[in-house]
Design a protein around this ligand. Structure first.
Ligand SMILES: [Zn+2]
Ligand SMILES: [Zn+2]
Length: 198
């Protein structure tokens, strides 16, 4: 199986905004008979992109893989594997843990999803099909994740790390943080607005 890295190396990638634009062009070829939801949610567009991306790589976004990706897209924040399993079981009551873990492994290796070590959870890559990973800032309170797209900053950081004789253990560069909503909640002395998905 090709890794996200080799795929990225295989074809020089353009800047991040190219993906949504390409998706839009693609939709432009459809005719007017499409149901109204076809242009619908960003989630649907993201899933369509992911599907195409997998196809180009000679891999399949199987229904289970697609569902796990969809659950992560809908969640909008880092989500624990067992929470994904709970949601899967509401749809497919017989879902076994390995099913979800295997789907997550695939999505990770394809570079569509990030593992967030600090809170042991998963989140969709913000740059779904370009594999230009940014720097992840993770709210330790609610699990919201922002992926900063600063290729120069990332390259400089990686160069410094390599100069120091190290190699990063994964594609993820993760910074622990507290999002603005959780900062406000803390300041107001309230509980966090949403706990990390349980
Ligand atoms: Zn990413
Ligand atoms: Zn937060």
């Amino acid at each position: 199986m090709k890794t996200a890295k080799s795929a990225a190396a295989g074809h020089p990638v353009t800047s991040a905004p190219a993906a949504p634009a390409a998706a839009h062009d693609h939709h432009a070829h459809h005719d007017a008979h499409e149901p109204s939801h076809a242009h619908g949610s960003p989630q649907e567009a993201a899933l369509a992109l992911a599907e195409e991306y997998c196809r180009e790589r000679g891999e399949k976004l199987t229904p289970i893989r697609r569902k796990v990706l969809e659950l992560l897209l809908n969640s909008g924040r880092a989500t624990k594997a067992y929470s994904l399993l709970d949601e899967m079981r509401q749809i497919h009551p017989g879902s076994a843990p390995p099913t979800v873990y295997r789907a997550l492994d695939f999505l990770l290796s394809a570079g569509l999803v990030h593992r967030i070590e600090s809170i042991n959870a998963f989140t969709v890559c913000h740059d779904l099909t370009q594999c230009q990973h940014g720097i992840l800032v993770v709210c330790q309170e609610c699990g919201s994740v922002t992926e900063l797209h600063q290729p120069k900053l990332r390259q400089a950081l990686v160069a410094q790390i390599e100069d120091a004789g190290y190699r990063l253990a994964s594609d993820e560069i993760e910074l622990k943080g507290l999002c603005s909503a959780c900062q406000a909640a803390k300041a107001a002395g309230e509980a966090a607005p949403v706990a990390v998905a349980r």
